[in-house]
Design a protein around this ligand. Structure first.
Ligand code: XMP
Length: 530
């Protein structure tokens, strides 16, 4: 069993890149651990982190702008291999005595690369005609002394430069972007031909490392975990359980607004398949009372989030001697909330969209084994840990649950209508995604739906069923293609799939007499309705 955190890691110095996180992800795709570090880290701070390699990210600024992000030039002199990308190339050039020029024409999008002589970084890629992705206005005019220029494009004279003796390399193009045809090969060359790293950051090794670290941290103490039904808390539970077995108790607060079948599935997987001690808190009625008469979405969110922790901590107090709280905080939670800077961890709990402080008088030591993982890595870990695919590949689902998909007041009757209609939408689109998976072999192929659900608006409309007029509820179907929820497009579902969903909902859910499909992208709309 391994005994420590990943031994080799690649530090990505972030100069405000659109693609900063993406660089770290791509490095990890090569089975080498990578983390994003602020660009103003000093050489001595970085030395203490002991990266095996450094990548300087891109960024939107001009290196000559007065407030342009800067770096400690001594980092280029540490003897650690460095790869500068875009802005990273430009700052490397300026720090080492080269020049950066405002070009007349920027280069945005695809460009064609011409290689010049031999190159370690571009080894194994075509001499002429390979497509690279550019996004810059300034570019390096003259490479620093000791560097060879190894590629250019029509408008960019130093598209790639290298100083192999000092192990300093740079490209103006973005190898981390899929549109760069040989981007993966360029990263491969840097990581393995230049840095001689070991591609050992695999999911099996990670599980072993994490299990060991959790055991070290917890000893013989008890751990509690709030299970939400979502991927992150489920994977955390499976991992912590593998490390400390029955010292872990999971608390599942059922607020009554999960999707049809979900509470049963959580209970079955964790108690029957994993044998994890689980407390199922039936809080449905307390939530129904708290939400009666509430129509504002933000108020609903607040009530649901606050009550969740009330329920959870009330249960935690009933268990003796619990010292640790495990939670499924993941890397984007930390980066996006800005709550923690690299190195320093504040005590915060993950609450739906935010990291929030512990309530007064409550304290646990935190165990957050996923806090440096991206979502797709969390899914891969879940698979290695043996969680079922429907849990691991579960679509994103908001913490406040169906409450924000019922416009206006949440009542038990409306919850019932929505749960039944939503189950049909999921059943049909799960099957549609499965067909695409079979055809393409990709779980998230270009046209598979990323998130799909039903919404119950606060209106009624007339209809006719048999010989009778009806006055029922409409259901809105929402299905989007997206990869990160930041932007989304409505899914161009085949008519027969839509027709099937509509027919089944009206046939099988009494009280619904009309089905509409939301054909708005994000922006200008959002994915959820509230
Ligand atoms: P929007 O609606 O803002 O949603 O486009 C983006 C992503 O966030 C999810 N979402 C939430 N998740 N609590 C959550 O945990 C919330 O209050 C919430 N609101 C939206 C949404 O499902 C989508 O994946």
């Amino acid at each position: 069993m391994q005994t420590s955190a990943p031994k080799q890691f690649v530090a990505v110095l972030d100069f405000g890149a659109q693609y900063g996180q993406l660089i770290a992800r791509r490095v990890r795709d090569h089975h080498v651990y990578s983390e994003v570090v602020p660009c103003d880290v000093s050489a001595s701070e970085l030395a203490a982190m002991a990266p095996a390699a450094i990548i300087l990210s891109g960024g939107p600024a001009s290196v000559y702008a007065p407030d342009a992000p800067d770096m400690d030039a001594a980092i280029l002199d540490m003897g650690i291999p460095v790869l500068g990308l875009c802005y990273g190339e430009q700052i490397m050039a300026t720090k080492l005595g080269g020049s950066v020029a405002h070009t007349d024409k920027g280069e945005y999008g695809p460009a064609t690369l011409t290689r010049l002589g031999s190159s370690v970084l571009l080894d194994g890629t075509p001499q002429e005609g390979q497509t690279v992705w550019m996004s810059h206005r300034d570019s390096v005019g003259e490479a620093p002394a000791g560097f060879m220029v190894t590629a250019r494009t029509e408008t960019c004279p130093v598209a790639c430069m290298e100083c192999p003796s000092k192990r300093l390399f740079a490209t103006q193009f973005h190898p981390e972007v899929r549109h760069t045809a040989y981007g993966a090969k360029v990263l491969d060359n840097f990581l393995f031909e230049v840095c001689h790293l070991d591609p050992s950051w695999t999911m099996d090794n990670i599980v072993e490392e994490k299990v060991y670290a959790i055991r070290e941290q917890v000893g013989d103490k008890k751990v509690i975990l709030a299970l939400s039904g979502g991927v992150d808390s489920a994977v955390t539970a499976a991992l912590v359980h593998r490390a400390v077995g029955d010292q872990l108790t999971c608390v599942f607060v059922n607020h009554g607004m999960l999707r049809k079948g979900e509470p049963e599935s959580v209970e079955r997987v964790f108690t029957k398949e994993f044998n994890i001690p689980l407390v199922h808190v039936h809080a449905e009625e307390r939530y129904a009372k708290l939400l009666a008469g509430v129509t504002e979405p933000e108020e609903k969110r607040h009530i649901i989030g606050t009550q969740f922790w009330n329920e959870f901590f009330a249960e935690a107090q009933k268990l003796d001697g619990v010292e640790f709280l495990a939670q499924g905080t993941i890397y984007p939670d930390i980066i996006e909330s800005g709550a923690r800077k690299t190195g320093g961890k504040a005590s915060t709990i993950k609450s739906h969209h935010n990291l929030i402080p512990f309530p007064e008088g409550v304290h646990f030591d935190l165990i957050e084994p996923l806090d440096h993982f991206f979502k797709d890595e969390v899914r891969a870990l879940g698979t290695v840990l043996g969680l079922p695919a429907e849990m691991v590949y579960r679509q994103p689902f908001p913490g406040p649950g169906l409450a924000i998909r019922i416009i206006g007041e949440v009542t038990p009757e409306k919850l019932d209508l929505l749960k039944n209609a939503d189950a049909i939408v999921r059943e049909e689109l799960d099957a549609y995604n499965a067909r695409l998976f079979e055809e393409t072999g990709e779980r998230n192929s270009e046209h598979s739906c990323w998130q799909y659900f039903a919404v119950l608006p606060d209106i009624r409309s007339v209809g006719v069923m048999g010989d009778e007029r009806t006055y029922g509820h409409p259901i809105i179907v929402r299905a989007v293609e997206s990869s990160d929820a930041m932007t989304a497009d409505w899914a161009k579902l085949p008519y027969e799939v839509l027709a099937n969903i509509s027919r089944r909902i009206v046939d099988e859910v009494p009280g619904i007499n009309r089905v509409a499909y939301d054909i708005t992208s994000k922006p200008p709309a959002t994915i959820e309705w509230e």
